[in-house]
Design a protein around this ligand. Structure first.
Ligand code: NDP
Length: 450
């Protein structure tokens, strides 16, 4: 069956691809299985050299890849360039990490035990449409570094950067069969990967709902899973913070990628004593977000991914929000920057909107802020704004979330672990920790006494 890929800013088709079915999924797993023994036997320094070449090729094709991502996802081109830059950094990082992922030697009675890090085999990587190439690289980098072979399934809506990356993988000299890209429906080929007996692990990023299905499907073969799921993160603003700075950054913490960001700080919690002043500053800052043509260098926010998703986002917003911005006229799945005053019990504060909509919620004091921030099934990200260093640390320890930034609106770095608490998932991507998710620890005892 043919898949038509759209540009969400124009609603025009930009590509047609053949969709894989179960048979093609099985064939991709077979190719990965065949390539595995030779790839795991490649010396770590040689694997590093190949990954480094891939990193350089991504850099060299940066403008092309950013263009693909911008057209297929509707991302502003400046942001797409930054994301492709991170993809290259990820491959450089794991190229450098391969030969530093040591085991231990452990003194035990009668001899010595040593631990080895072994690859898992064939791993299935299932990624969403919001950061297609970026999230794929977070999984590919550590998976390949550890000596696994992979089947990568991009989201149906955004397969174009993954298929182009597959060409660059071969150009880098990574052998045929090590990376296999499978374009098809999640409910068909994704599910097949999850249940396939020859797939040792699923690295999944997507909704909590599908994450549940992945866990269930993986149970049949006791597959390893890493789940990076949804979020409903809090941006906690204390009255002693630099309010101007916090308000200037808050819109970008929600409206970046048109709010289609699992890390979106979509609940803005503001201490009551600073509430009115902060609200004024926040509305002014939100008015400044430049929405429009993703190809324009100065654009800060593009459209949503699809008409269906826009309808879902709109269902969260009632007639009279605190603020609603403007969108371009004509074609495109546009949705305006929107601010809503809410309580933490409202639907808008409990469910992931995944669009440019922020709920603003007052709190009374530090204990109340912690209570509200943690009153969610999710636990992915968040920010704390205060000039009190002790409070910043106290609150950051108390928040049930995997990733936090203090006096800043982002916390994702190639070198640091990323992942969720609670229903935002488990396992960590990025940093040295991601290598643990793509390897098994083997313990070997060596007798030294006769
Ligand atoms: P989905 O969960 O719908 O899809 C994610 C991926 O899973 C897609 O490739 C999809 O394929 C595939 N899939 C769908 N059904 C199945 C199935 N039954 N078995 C196996 N795979 C399946 O998420 P979205 O693509 O809609 O992405 C948005 C969600 O992702 C948001 O909830 C967001 O919070 C979350 N997300 C989390 C991140 C994190 O790191 N925590 C980062 C980015 C997003 P297809 O689309 O082709 O059908």
């Amino acid at each position: 069956m043919t898949l038509t890929v759209l540009n969400p800013a124009t609603e025009e088709p930009i590509a047609e691809l053949e969709q894989a079915g179960v048979e093609e999924a099985d064939a991709a797993v077979s190719r990965a299985k065949e390539a595995y023994p030779a790839w795991r036997a490649v010396a770590p320094a040689d694997r590093a050299r190949l990954l480094r070449r891939l990193a350089v090729l991504v850099e060299e094709h940066g403008e092309e890849l950013a263009g693909i991502e911008s057209r297929n996802v509707g991302k502003p081109i400046s942001g797409a360039r930054g994301e492709v830059g991170m993809v290259s950094q990820v491959f450089h990082f794991y190229a450098g990490a391969i030969d530093k992922h040591y085991g231990d030697t452990i003194p035990v009675a009668g001899g010595v035990a040593a631990t080895f890090r072994e690859p898992l085999g064939v791993v299935g990587l299932i990624v969403p449409w919001n950061f297609p190439l970026n999230i794929a690289s977070w999984k590919l980098g550590p998976a390949l570094a550890c000596g696994n072979t992979v089947v990568l399934k991009p989201a149906e809506l955004t397969p174009l950067s993954a298929t182009r990356l597959a060409d660059l993988v071969l150009e880098a000299g990574i052998p045929e069969g090590v990376v296999n890209v499978l374009v098809g429906k999640g409910s068909v080929v994704g599910q097949r990967l999850v249940e396939h007996p020859d797939v040792a692990k699923i690295g999944f990023t997507g909704s909590t709902e599908v994450g549940r299905l992945v866990m269930q499907g993986a149970a049949g073969t006791i597959k390893r899973v890493t789940l990076e799921l949804g979020g409903k993160s809090a941006n906690v603003v204390f009255s002693d913070a630099d309010l101007e700075k916090a308000a200037a950054s808050a819109p970008y913490a929600v409206f970046d990628n048109a709010g289609q960001d699992c890390c979106a700080r979509s609940r803005i919690l503001v201490e009551r004593s600073a509430y009115d002043r902060f609200l004024g500053l926040l509305v002014e800052a939100t008015k400044g977000v430049k929405v429009g043509d993703p190809a324009d260098e100065s654009t800060e926010m593009g459209p949503l991914i699809s008409a269906a998703h826009r309808e879902q986002v709109a269902s969260f917003v009632e007639d009279d929000p605190l603020y609603r911005g403007d969108v371009p006229a004509g074609a495109g799945f546009w949705y305006p920057c929107t601010l809503v005053e809410a309580t933490n019990d409202d639907r808008i504060a409990r469910e992931e909107v995944f669009g440019p909509v922020a709920a603003v919620i007052p709190f009374e004091d530090e204990a109340d802020a912690i209570r509200i921030a943690n009153d969610t099934p999710y636990g992915l990200s968040g920010s704390i704004w205060t000039r009190d260093g002790a409070r910043a640390l106290r609150v950051s320890r108390a928040l049930e979330t995997g990733v936090l930034s203090i006096n800043a609106n982002t916390s994702v770095r190639v070198q640091t672990p990323f992942g969720g608490f609670k229903q935002s998932g488990f396992g960590r991507e990025l940093g040295m920790q991601a290598l643990d998710g793509y390897s098994e620890v083997k313990s070997v005892f060596v007798a030294t006494e006769g």
